[in-house]
Design a protein around this ligand. Structure first.
Ligand SMILES: [Zn+2]
Length: 514
């Protein structure tokens, strides 16, 4: 990280020729013919800047220079969060300020075989019908949309709006580090419009908080007994999915299933466990997991039979949610020099089996909304320990901590140095049915789009929970155009849904005169 830096320009120093400094429309731009022109101009400009998480300096500097060119007050913090302030337009000078929020970092994923250096290259945009895509990569609409909407309003001279405080955070995709770090005392606004929402038919009005917990079982290693056969137990082909958006779908968890099968083997045979692993990251329901085992050659048939029997039960249980699920045992040719002690092996099975997993409670105030859940998301073996990582989202903090406490009690019960450490504790943003901003937005939605908006509350955890905690009493909503499969190379933005959101945003601002 660089030294602390600030860039401040006085608000009253706005130059009359500011508009002359706006980014030129790029005639050759891929998005040049899309409307609203100003939005897609900025979307394309920003897409050219490499900006994975922790690599946001360039985009932050771009925004700082944008602000300076327009004589707008700007503050950049030491990790490149950026705040730009713009005074209210005529008639709105004394209105209560509105905060805009989005994040500058994007998820960097590319298809197999696609060579893309996210540290140096921007996103190569392409249009296919109603959709904008990356080219073999994530698009980064999450959250280029937010940055482009904010810059479009900051750049405008003809949109009536209250004083604006635009906060664009970094590191959102890797634990919300930017919002955690941001000094919210720099904000005077008590109402906030966020642009990290992907459904243009709804207004987003509340989210869960979450916390991740590492359950750490000290690994007792022993020399692998001579003469045993190595086999690999695998669980694969599960439907997987996002651990917060998809948890209500009752999908199987590969780590939980692995523990079930390993447990059945340990109960019946003198099997030795050499290692376990599973999962991809803390927000994904694990779709694969595996264990390396040693056993007597004479027991291989019996072990295969046990695996087949448990697999048959599991396939029946999950035939709707996970039709492609596979569980099997296969020879392993790697050299196995050490195994976990029986105590450690049994502890691993017990810990995974007894850790709460899946939906824990449903909301009784909002229909079909999961209130709290846990996902055992990652399993790994190192020299020191076997680690089982859980992510616990909940709409109520106390329930989040109560689930965490169950996991901690389990570690206590196991003893032998087992411990739980936590990280990325993010508060929730509770739904407020009396929100004034939500009422204004709902009216503006009906007036401009001639339809009633759905009001959505999510089981996922967003940066807005942090803003809600840092600025007590803040009134917030989130809006955005339609995007699908964000965080994957299938990510796409429906460009036809930007214009209605742009009209909606302008109408909301016009109505925030008080
Ligand atoms: Zn994201």
């Amino acid at each position: 990280m660089s030294a602390h830096q600030t860039a401040t320009t006085a608000v009253n120093d706005r130059r009359p020729d500011a508009a002359a400094h706006s980014v030129r429309a790029d005639e050759n731009g891929v998005l040049a013919n899309l409307k609203p022109e100003v939005f897609f101009r900025y979307f394309e400009e920003i897409s050219r800047i490499p900006r994975g998480s922790y690599n946001e300096k360039q985009v932050s500097d771009y925004i700082a220079s944008f602000a300076r060119d327009r004589g707008l007050e700007c503050y950049q913090d030491d990790i490149y969060n950026i705040l730009v302030k713009k005074p209210g337009t005529i008639g709105y000078e004394n209105a209560s300020p509105v905060i805009f929020h989005g994040h500058t970092d994007i998820v960097c994923e590319s298809d197999e075989g696609v060579e893309h250096d996210f540290a140096k290259q921007g996103i190569k945009l392409r249009i296919d019908g109603d959709f904008i895509h990356g080219t073999g990569t994530t698009l980064g609409a999450d959250n280029t949309v937010g940055v482009a909407l904010a810059l479009s309003v900051l750049d405008s001279t003809d949109i009536p709006h209250p004083p604006l405080e635009v906060v664009l955070t970094v590191q959102e995709e890797v634990g919300k580090g930017g919002a955690q770090h941001f000094d919210a005392s720099r904000l005077t606004g008590r109402r906030l419009i966020d642009f990290n929402w992907h459904d243009p038919k709804s207004l987003f009005a509340g989210c869960a908080g979450d916390i991740s917990a590492r359950f750490r079982i000290p690994a007792e290693w022993q020399k692998a007994p001579a003469g045993l056969t190595a086999v690999r137990l695998f669980v694969k082909g599960l439907s997987s999915g996002h651990s917060e958006f998809d948890i209500h779908l009752e999908r199987a968890n590969a780590i939980v299933l692995l523990a079930r099968v390993v447990g059945a083997l340990l109960d019946d045979l003198p099997v030795r466990l050499a290692s376990v692993k599973g999962g991809v990251n803390r927000y994904v329901i694990p779709g694969d997991a595996e264990a390396l085992l040693l056993l007597h050659q004479a027991d291989v048939d019996r072990a295969s039979e046990i695996v087949r029997n448990v697999a048959a039960d599991i396939k029946k249980e999950f035939f709707v949610s996970d039709p492609k699920l596979e569980v099997g045992l296969e020879p392993s040719d790697g050299l196995v020099e050490r195994v976990l002690s029986d105590v450690t092996a049994n502890s691993v099975v017990q810990a995974i089996t007894l850790t709460p997993n899946g939906v824990q409670s449903m909301s009784l105030t909002i229909a079909n909304l999961v209130e709290s859940s846990n996902t055992i998301a990652l399993l790994s073996t190192s020299d020191e320990e076997v680690e089982i990582l859980s992510t616990i989202p909940s709409a109520i903090s106390s329930r989040r901590y109560a689930i965490l406490k169950r996991i901690e009690r389990l570690a206590q019960l196991m003893g032998r140095g087992t411990k739980v450490t936590t990280f990325a504790d993010c508060p929730e943003w509770p739904y407020n049915k009396d929100s004034k901003l939500l009422a204004v937005a709902a009216r503006a939605f009906e007036d401009t789009l001639k339809a009633k908006p759905h009001v959505e509350v999510s089981h996922s955890s967003l940066e807005l929970g942090l803003f809600n905690k840092k600025i007590p009493g803040i009134d917030m909503i989130s809006i955005g155009p339609e995007a699908f499969d964000v965080h994957t190379t299938r990510e796409r933005l429906n460009h036809t849904t930007v214009e209605p959101i742009w009209r909606l945003l302008k109408e909301i601002l016009r109505n925030l005169r008080d």
